[in-house]
Design a protein around this ligand. Structure first.
Ligand SMILES: Cc1ncc(COP(=O)(O)O)c(C=O)c1O
Length: 380
C-alpha cells in the first residue's frame, strides 16, 4: 500500500523521521555524557520499538502498565515515577524498576527502605519552584503544584532523609536549553548543598531537543558544565515528546461540508475530542499539509474541521485551502504522534476504573475490570 492508499482515519508513523530524532538524541547523550531515557507517557506505540531498541532501551514509567510494557518491549533500565505509590502497587514497582522516585517525604519514609532492600535506587522528586511554562495545565512548577518537595520543606525536615540516592526535578514542557538553564540555576541554588551526597539527578522531561532551532550545543555545554561541578552525579534526562516530535500524522477524510450563519465546517471521519484531545485541551492547532496561508491568491476559507461525534465543541479551526473542500478530500493533520495516541488509549497507562452495576436492591456487581492486556492491546 502506498501512503495515498492508507485507509482513513489513520495515525501514520514515519520511520525516517523517527530515526532522525533517535540519531539526534543519542548524539546529544554521547556528547554530554548523560543518560537520556524515553518517557512512555508521550509515546508507547510498542510495535514501533524495533526501530527504537538499537538506539535506546531505557525508559521512565508513570504507572504499572507502562512499567510492564517497557520491561517487556524495551528491556533496559526502568526509572519509575508516580505521584503516589500504594500498598497495592509498590511491590510490583520494586520488582520491575531500577530507580524509583518518590514525590513526597512521607512516600519516601513509607517505601524508601523497601526500595533499598530490593536493590532499587530511591530518589526524591524536588520542586525548584521555577516556572518557565506559559500553559498552566502543562506547568509542573505552577504555584501550588502537587509535584515534588520544596527546599523549605526539606529544611523543615532537618534535611534529606537517609537513604535518598537521587533527586528528580521536572519543570519543563516543549522547552529550550535556555529554559533548562534557568531551572537548573534555581535547582542548584536551592538544592546544591545536598548534591554531594547523591548518586544521580534526573532532570525530567520537556527538553525538546529535536525541535528545529533547538540549541543542542548549548544543551551539551550546560550538561557538561553541570557534570564538571558535580562529578559524583549520574545525569539523567527523560524527555517524551522529543523522541517522537513530528514523526507522525493523522490522515483523515472529509465526509461532508456544512454551512451555518456563514461558518463553513468540513466534517471529517475522525474527532478532535476522541482522537486529538490536545486540540481542545491546550488548545493546539495542527498544521494541515494541504492547507494554504489565508493570503494565498485564490485561497478558499476559512474552514473549520468538525469531528464526526455529537459533541458541539468537537471542532477546530480555521484553515484555508487552494480550492473548495468536498467529501472525499484527504487531509493530513500534522504531528499527531507524541501525546496523541497515548491520550486516546489509556494515558499514562493509568488503571482504567472498573465498571460496576449497582442494582435496585443495593447489590453491586463488577461488570468489567480492565487489565494490562487491555492497555497493551489498545496501544498498537
Ligand atoms: C515526570 C515527567 N517526566 C518526563 C515527562 C516527559 O515530558 P516531555 O514529553 O514534555 O518531554 C513528563 C511529562 O509530563 C513528566 O511528567
Amino acid at each position: 500500500m502506498t501512503d495515498k492508499e492508507i485507509p482513513t482515519p489513520a495515525y501514520v508513523v514515519y520511520e525516517d523521521r523517527l530515526r532522525r530524532n533517535l540519531e539526534l538524541i543519542t548524539d546529544v547523550e554521547r556528547r554530554a555524557g548523560v543518560k537520556i531515557i524515553m518517557a512512555f507517557k508521550a509515546n508507547a506505540l510498542w510495535r514501533s520499538f524495533d526501530i527504537i531498541r538499537p538506539y535506546n532501551r531505557d525508559f521512565t514509567a508513570s504507572s504499572l502498565n507502562e512499567l510492564r510494557l517497557g520491561s517487556e518491549e524495551l528491556g533496559g533500565e526502568a526509572h519509575s515515577y508516580c505521584p503516589a505509590y500504594t500498598e497495592a502497587t509498590i511491590e510490583e514497582y520494586l520488582r520491575l524498576s531500577s530507580h524509583i522516585t518518590f514525590n513526597s517525604i512521607d512516600q519516601f519514609r513509607r517505601y524508601g527502605a523497601r526500595a533499598l532492600q530490593a536493590g532499587v535506587s530511591p530518589g526524591l522528586r524536588v520542586n525548584p519552584e521555577c516556572s518557565v511554562i506559559e500553559t498552566d495545565i502543562y506547568n509542573p512548577a505552577l504555584p501550588g503544584s502537587r509535584f515534588g518537595v520544596t527546599a523549605s520543606q526539606l529544611e523543615a525536615q532537618d534535611g534529606l532523609p537517609e537513604g535518598v540516592e537521587g533527586f528528580h526535578f521536572h519543570a519543563l514542557c516543549e522547552s529550550s536549553s535556555y529554559d533548562l538553564e534557568r531551572v537548573l540555576g534555581a535547582f542548584e541554588s536551592q538544592f546544591g548543598p545536598y548534591l554531594d551526597g547523591l548518586k544521580w539527578v534526573n532532570m525530567g522531561g520537556g527538553h525538546l531537543m529535536t525541535r528545529r532551532g533547538y540549541d543542542t550545543d548549548h544543551l551539551v555545554q550546560l550538561l557538561s558544565d553541570f557534570r564538571r561541578r558535580h562529578p559524583n552525579l549520574q545525569v539523567i534526562l527523560e524527555p517524551g515528546s522529543a523522541w517522537t516530535w513530528r514523526t507522525g500524522d493523522l490522515i483523515v477524510l472529509v465526509v461532508d461540508v456544512v454551512e451555518n450563519q456563514g461558518v463553513r465546517t468540513a466534517i471529517i471521519d475522525a474527532s478532535f475530542a476522541c482522537h486529538m484531545p490536545d486540540c481542545l485541551e491546550m488548545p493546539y492547532k495542527p498544521a494541515i499539509t494541504e492547507a494554504v496561508e489565508p493570503d494565498t491568491p485564490g485561497a478558499v476559507g476559512p474552514y473549520r474541521l468538525g469531528g464526526n461525534s455529537c459533541l458541539s465543541g468537537d471542532f477546530a479551526g480555521d484553515w484555508w485551502f487552494a480550492s473548495e473542500l468536498k467529501a472525499g478530500d484527504r487531509l493530513t493533520l500534522e504531528d499527531m504522534n507524541h501525546y496523541t495516541t497515548v491520550k486516546t488509549t489509556m494515558f499514562n497507562g493509568l488503571q482504567h476504573p472498573d465498571i460496576v452495576l449497582a442494582d435496585t436492591a443495593g447489590e453491586c456487581r463488577l461488570l468489567r475490570r480492565f487489565d494490562y492486556s487491555d492497555y497493551k492491546n489498545r496501544m498498537s
